[in-house]
Design a protein around this ligand. Structure first.
Ligand code: ADP
Length: 204
């Protein structure tokens, strides 16, 4: 039996760092941010629908979507963001599901789905279990400022646009805090992998 583990967490909480560890362990990672990007590539289903709704003014001269302009519009209007999500989310889910199926057919026992907005998008229904990487807000601000070269205010704005950590903690099956070193995070994830293996063996 295959287990699909949804991996989520706020911006700069350590999801990519966790992915890197899982990848080292040979686990397949489905990256929903990458998929969200790909469905807006020229000629893809999301591309066509976005242009149909938002208009050709969001095209660059080479016909690619001007993601920066589109981002400006949707991140300043919850209504426009909801419309964009209504277009993109079903396409993202379809692609994730297809990749899950491929991995299952390839005999993979554990599949990681990295989804920053797993809970916000209702994506947990495609996962058997969910893992939240959690860090306190002050540490999140520091790591985000440093990684993306942002001011404190810009970092805070991005954090505040996401679901509050306390709410995510309630929804997650497993919570791993990433307040120590990367090695400490990896040790916790290794422990979780053992636990998941044990639970899976108990189920079968
Ligand atoms: P996310 O993918 O959730 O946005 P990242 O994995 O990119 O977050 O982590 C955010 C930043 O914090 C990166 O620069 C990463 O190298 C750093 N980082 C992650 N975990 C740790 C840690 N335990 N100690 C120090 N820095 C860390």
């Amino acid at each position: 039996m295959t287990l699909v583990l949804g991996l989520t967490g706020g911006i700069a909480s350590g999801k990519s760092t966790a992915d890197a560890f899982f990848r080292k362990k040979g686990l397949p990672i489905i990256d929903s941010d990458l998929i969200a990007h790909q469905i807006l590539n020229v000629g893809e289903a999301g591309y066509l629908q976005v242009i149909q709704y938002f208009g050709k003014k969001f095209l660059n001269s080479d016909q690619t979507i001007n993601r920066h302009q589109l981002g400006k519009v949707v991140f300043s209007s919850p209504e426009q963001l909801a419309i964009l999500n209504k277009i993109t989310h079903p396409l993202i889910f379809q692609t994730i599901q297809a990749k899950i199926t491929q991995n299952k057919q390839a005999g993979k026992q554990l599949i990681i789905v990295d989804a920053p907005v797993l809970f916000e998008s209702g994506g947990q229904k495609y996962c058997d279990k969910t893992l939240l990487i959690a860090i306190p807000e002050d540490m999140q601000i520091e790591r985000l400022m440093q990684r993306d070269q942002l001011t404190r205010q810009a970092a805070l704005n991005r954090i505040k646009s996401q679901m509050p950590l306390a709410q995510k903690i309630k929804l997650a099956d497993y919570v791993v805090t990433n307040t120590g070193t990367i090695e400490e995070l990896e040790a916790k994830l290794a422990e979780l992998l053992l636990k998941l293996k044990g639970e899976k063996n108990g189920m079968s």
